[in-house]
Design a protein around this ligand. Structure first.
Ligand SMILES: NC(=O)C1=CN([C@@H]2O[C@H](COP(=O)(O)OP(=O)(O)OC[C@H]3O[C@@H](n4cnc5c(N)ncnc54)[C@H](OP(=O)(O)O)[C@@H]3O)[C@@H](O)[C@H]2O)C=CC1
Ligand SMILES: O=C1CO[C@H](CO)[C@@H](O)[C@@H]1O
Length: 324
């Protein structure tokens, strides 16, 4: 497997998607524009945003500043965004995608994903933007919108030049196959939670067979969920003896080992950091190799631990909850 390539070709368009991107969830809004600018200056060429991250305007500012300063051209940066769960109805998709493009201050997304295959009741954006899981009453309200209805408008975004590629996130097995059966424009990318506690081998194989590139999110495992109070008791991967031992042997950081483990499995990664040194080091994972036995040993940590599970969303806490 050629895992030192810094980009992966998407099947339908042949467009190159950078192997390592910069994740924008919880990138602090007041410093987001500068963080994005510095990330681009440091060499990142993929930005992974979403409607509910609440920092699209600031991320766009950082991007446009980098373009104005000649650091990058728009066509050199792969911008990903996502359709939030409250905008799945046919009449909503295009309107919200256009609003997001406007916030970013760009003409098109390189990739637009359905964030979760879960449709939630609409809360008027003027009342509540960025959107979130919970309605104005603090409860999660699901509604019945077939995924096919949403996918058909996603395809129109490509027809209209608003998105170069479309894909899915947090979508598994049978549902993924179902979409590929009716899709006029096939999903190009699947973005899912993957780390050594949740290795998702079968899903990765399935995506490969379907010609879909997989992006792994939450590469450091419980870390960001600990901040939200939802680590489910799992030990932090970055300080695990197995990971730190490999890191000191190959002279890399534990974070680089975890990212490299994913890259060596053929996955794209989108680490997030508000810290510049960490952000820079996270990018340096396409130029070294982990011994195959280390990849195998890290994979054996798998315990099927899903941190980002909508069924754990506790409306009362307003955060990810731990259900033992
Ligand atoms: N499609 C989806 O539903 C989801 C998509 N995502 C995407 O994936 C991205 C990454 O996932 P996410 O779970 O946010 O976070 P990560 O797993 O990338 O990072 C978690 C935490 O690790 C810390 N960290 C980053 N780099 C290092 C390092 N080198 N050493 C030690 N600690 C480090 C960061 O804190 P600090 O800032 O202090 O460095 C960060 O908060 C998101 O930003 C988002 O774009 C994430 C979740 C769900
Ligand atoms: O991508 C994201 C990270 O996970 C969160 C919890 O499910 C989401 O709300 C957010 O959109």
């Amino acid at each position: 497997m050629t895992t030192n390539a810094t980009a992966i070709a998407l099947k339908r368009t042949g467009q190159l998607m950078p192997r390592v991107g910069f994740g924008l969830w919880k990138v602090d809004r007041p410093t987001c524009a500068t963080t994005v600018y510095n990330a681009l200056k440091a060499g990142y060429r993929l930005l992974d945003g979403a409607g509910d991250y609440g920092n699209e305007k600031e991320a766009g500012e950082g991007l446009r500043r980098a373009i104005a300063d000649g650091i990058v051209k728009r066509e050199e940066v792969f911008v990903t965004s996502k359709l939030w769960n409250t905008y799945h109805e046919r009449h909503q998709v295009k309107t919200i995608a256009k609003k997001q493009l406007e916030l970013w201050g760009i003409e098109y997304f390189d990739l637009y994903l359905i964030h979760f295959p879960i449709s939630l009741e609409y809360v008027k954006p003027e009342d509540k933007y960025p959107p979130e899981w919970w309605g104005l009453d603090g409860k999660i309200h699901t509604i019945n919108v077939p995924l096919r209805e949403t996918w058909e408008v996603m395809e129109e975004l490509v027809d209209d030049g608003l998105a170069k590629n479309i894909g899915l996130s947090n979508t598994q097995g049978s549902l993924l196959i179902d979409v590929t059966r009716y899709a006029r424009i096939q999903p190009q990318v699947l973005q899912v939670e993957i780390h050594p506690y949740l290795t998702q081998e079968a899903l990765v194989k399935q995506a490969e067979l379907l010609g879909i590139v997989v992006t792994a999110y939450s590469s450091f495992g419980p870390q960001s969920y600990v901040e939200l109070g939802g680590d489910k008791g799992a030990a932090g991967l970055l300080s695990l003896d197995l990971v730190t031992g490999i890191a000191s042997r190959v002279n890399k950081t534990p974070a680089q080992v975890l990212l490299r483990w994913a890259v060596q499995r053929g996955l794209a990664v989108i680490p997030k950091s508000n810290n510049h040194d960490r952000l820079v080091s996270n990018l340096q994972v396409t130029s070294f190799e982990l011994p195959a036995e280390d990849v195998k040993a890290i994979s054996s940590l798998n315990i099927g631990l899903r941190l980002n599970d909508p069924f754990d969303l506790d409306p009362n806490q307003g955060t990810l909850a731990i259900f033992a």
